[in-house]
Each structure stands twice: as structure tokens, then as C-alpha cells.
Design a protein. Structure first.
Length: 140
């Protein structure tokens, strides 16, 4: 059985690249694509995906605020924050939102399938400074 995934990023080229990784390297089906945080929340409410990949910087409602609202509208949805910026300085703020993972976009080609698999197995996935890994203490 494949997972159902929501993809939210305001840049079409990024969505296309992520879609290719997801379609070719995972067993997930993309049920919706959002171009901003508000649309991501609406689609999460409509489709209740297993995973929502949410860009941290989107117009209107930003990724972290969208993640909070997705959590309310679809509490079973696992949320993976994507960004092009190193989260080291503000990783605590990201984790406070209750998201299940964080991944640099530059690491997506090699680490997105692992991140998705981790979330599907109820394991958090946080990558810091381009070093994709599970939080310390997890050995899987």
C-alpha cells in the first residue's frame, strides 16, 4: 500500500524535482500540490495525507504556520519541513511546531526517500547542516 503525500512549495521547479524523486524512489502517491501555506492547509484538510512536505518559506502563510494548522486539520499527517537554509540556528523553533522532520532541499535527492520511510515508521527525521540523519538516540 502506498503512502499519500501532499507537496507544498511555491516554486514550480522545486515541486517538479521533488515530484520526480517521490515518484521514482518511493511508494508514495502525490495527492495534492500547494503553491502556498493556505493552499497546503486546505489540501491537507481535504485529502488527509500520510505525509505533508512543506517548504518553510512560502508566500502568505509560511511553512511553520502552515504546519501548525495542518496538525490541527489533519492530526495524523506527518509533516516534513523542507528548506534551502541551514536550520541549525533555529532548529528548536522548528521542533516546537510539532513537525516530524526537517530536510535541506539540497539533500532531497539522496535523503528524501529515507526521510519519508522514517516518518512512515513513526520515526522523526531531522537533518542539520547538510548532514541528513535521524536525531541522536535513534539507531534505525
Amino acid at each position: 500500500m502506498s503512502c499519500r503525500l501532499l507537496l507544498a512549495d511555491d516554486h514550480e521547479i522545486v515541486r517538479k524535482s521533488l515530484r520526480e524523486i517521490i515518484e521514482f524512489k518511493t511508494d508514495c502517491v502525490i495527492v495534492g500540490e500547494a503553491i502556498d501555506g493556505l493552499q497546503a492547509v486546505q489540501l491537507a484538510k481535504e485529502f488527509a495525507p500520510d505525509i505533508a512536505l512543506v517548504d518553510i518559506s512560502m508566500p502568505g502563510l509560511g511553512g511553520l504556520d502552515a504546519a501548525r494548522q495542518i496538525r490541527k486539520e489533519s492530526p495524523r499527517t506527518k509533516i516534513l519541513i523542507l528548506t534551502m537554509h541551514d536550520a541549525g540556528p533555529f532548529i528548536a523553533k522548528i521542533r516546537e511546531t510539532g513537525v516530524d522532520g526537517y530536510l535541506l532541499k539540497s539533500d532531497a535527492p539522496k535523503s528524501l526517500p529515507l526521510a519519508i520511510d522514517s516518518l512512515l515508521h513513526n520515526l522523526p527525521f531531522f537533518a542539520i547542516s547538510g548532514d541528513a540523519r535521524l536525531p541522536q538516540g535513534n539507531t534505525t
